[in-house]
Design a protein around this ligand. Structure first.
Ligand code: PLP
Length: 428
């Protein structure tokens, strides 16, 4: 495959955009090479500026669960745009999508729309702090909640009491209020809570992690977190930016039967337009301005085009009883095919999967947290990534990302993918 035009476009981009990209994950830093510039996409395929076609497993990092350029979404946006693109006044469609979201997701009464998953998580934490009157939060190593300061914290030896900043620009003060726990390790969380009794506003997590590969919670991990939170008056925040409207109609709360206090959304809820949202019971949401004094706002929040896309997307999901079963079956098929192909050529691997999220790790250990995910062989991943790309299969350019299976994928596409994995496995 030739990427001549992509290379040229990247050179121009680099002169005026830092690193040539508007989000670092789009750069090929972890795998080498230059990013491919997308020109268009339809269904399961993305086409680049050089005319190459790829079977797409990134899908805009999650939103395109029904495939690219899904017609009801595209039509809804076009129709809305003709009537004006933003008003700074309330519109009827905001209530419509809110009603639908509240009807689909368990345990929420009200939902507030914002413009990204980052904003949703940042606002959820502010609300949790305002509601509880406490400052500290617990997050888990390897969980991503967007790029706001409080979340850019990595483990340090003093993690039980103090986090240390992971990105320059995050103040020590902010870092001190974020405590870092190990995913799937309830004893570690308990120890943190006990060492910081009365100081913790919330525990936030990806209830099925998707930003260190796909890592489902171990048996009862979520239930144990719920019990711990209740015991210590801590709010449990599920960041369902990736999993919401993807793993089931009602998200992980429904799938695992565990109630969160605040739930964050993004990605699928916007149908490919910039949308995030956070939701909770009345008792908590009543603390949010203008009802309460926890401030949160946005000039373009609830934007009509974004709401039209989101409403069309959620409506399609809500009306399709068999969707999640189909996605699960396609993903299982992909899992079995890839496992067979890799095993055939003796490639050490572990595959994790939940619903339509799947990740291949080049390690023979179980991948249950960030430390075990980090044991994957990155050189093998690089070769695997570039090999697949050559075969027309586009996966995320990082070993810590989940593949997103869309409903637009046919079994022929999956077979083509598996064949490519087998071909590449021979070269690893
Ligand atoms: C993508 C993601 C975010 C951030 O959302 P943006 O829209 O990129 O700001 C937050 N949390 C999780 C779990 C995500 O996957």
């Amino acid at each position: 495959m030739l990427y001549q035009r992509s290379s040229t476009l990247f050179k121009s981009a680099e002169t005026v955009i830092p690193g040539g990209v508007n989000s670092p994950v789009r750069a090929f830093k972890a795998v080498g090479g230059t990013p491919i510039f997308a020109k268009s996409a339809k269904g399961a395929y993305v086409y680049d500026e050089d005319g190459n076609r790829f079977i797409d497993y990134i899908n805009s990092w999650g939103p395109m669960i029904l495939g690219h350029a899904y017609e009801p979404v595209v039509d809804a946006v076009i129709e809305k745009a003709k009537q004006g693109t933003s008003f700074g006044m309330p519109t009827e469609i905001e209530t419509k999508i809110a009603e639908l979201a509240v009807s689909m997701v368990p345990n929420i009464d009200k939902i507030r729309f914002v413009n990204s998953g980052t904003e949703a998580c940042m606002s959820a934490v502010r609300l949790a702090r305002g509601y509880t009157g406490k400052d500290k939060i617990i997050k888990f190593a390897g969980c991503y909640h967007g790029h706001s300061d409080a979340f850019l914290i990595q483990a340090g030896s003093g993690a039980v009491t103090f986090g240390s900043p992971n990105s320059p620009g995050v103040t020590q003060g902010t870092a001190r209020d974020t405590l870092l726990a190990t995913y799937n390790d309830i004893d570690h969380v308990k120890a943190l809570v006990e060492a910081n009794e009365g100081a913790i506003a919330c525990i936030i997590l990806e209830p099925v992690a998707g930003n260190m590969g796909c890592i489902p919670p171990k048996n009862d991990f979520l239930k144990q977190l719920r019990v711990l939170c209740d015991l210590h008056d801590i709010l449990l925040v599920f960041d369902e930016v990736m999993t919401g409207f993807r793993l089931s109609r009602g998200g992980v709360q429904e799938l695992y039967g565990v109630d969160a206090d605040i739930v964050c959304f993004g990605k699928v809820i916007g149908g490919g337009l910039p949308v995030g949202a956070f939701a909770a019971r009345n008792e908590i949401m009543s603390h949010l301005a203008p009802l309460g004094n926890v401030y949160q706002a946005g000039t373009l929040s609830g934007n009509p085009l974004a709401m039209a896309a989101g409403l069309a997307m959620l409506t399609a999901i809500d009306n399709d009883q068999a969707l999640f079963q189909r996605l699960e079956e396609k993903t299982r098929y992909l899992h079995e095919g890839c496992a067979q192909a890799l095993t055939k050529f003796g490639i050490t691997h572990t595959i994790n999967r939940k619903g339509s999220m799947i990740s291949i790790h080049f390690t023979d250990e179980a991948v249950v947290d960030f430390a075990s995910a980090a044991k994957g062989n990155n050189e093998t991943f690089k070769a695997f990534f570039h090999g697949l790309l050559k075969e027309g299969i586009y996966i995320a350019p990082s070993a810590f990302e989940t593949w997103f299976v869309t409903d637009a994928l046919t079994y022929a596409d999956l077979d083509e993918t598996i064949k490519a994995v087998e071909k590449v496995a021979q070269t690893l």
